[in-house]
Design a protein around this ligand. Structure first.
Ligand code: TRP
Length: 78
């Protein structure tokens, strides 16, 4: 668990299919979903970890750039 946030950290997500969902999870003792964003194929979003957001969940096929490098997420069963 991480209760405090210092520094700037960004993530870039590029949707490789329609309907990719980015879900923001709250920082602190409780982990809740506080924001949901949908991207269609080809759309790119830059996201920032903040004092309110400590984790993000990405559903669907996307390419993700972050401080550890680059990750691909895959399609999920509908
Ligand atoms: N609220 C949790 C926190 O601030 C959110 C979280 C971050 C989390 N990383 C996690 C929850 C890993 C479960 C597992 O730390």
């Amino acid at each position: 668990m991480n209760d405090n946030y210092s520094g700037e950290e960004y993530v870039v997500v590029k949707a490789l299919e329609n309907g990719v969902t980015i879900i923001g999870l709250t920082r602190g003792k409780d982990t809740r979903l506080h924001h949901t964003e949908k991207l269609d194929k080809g759309e790119v979003m830059l996201l920032q970890f903040t004092e309110n957001t400590s984790a993000m969940k990405i559903r669907g096929k996307a390419e993700i750039w972050h401080r550890f490098g680059n990750t691909s997420s895959e399609s999920f069963q509908k």
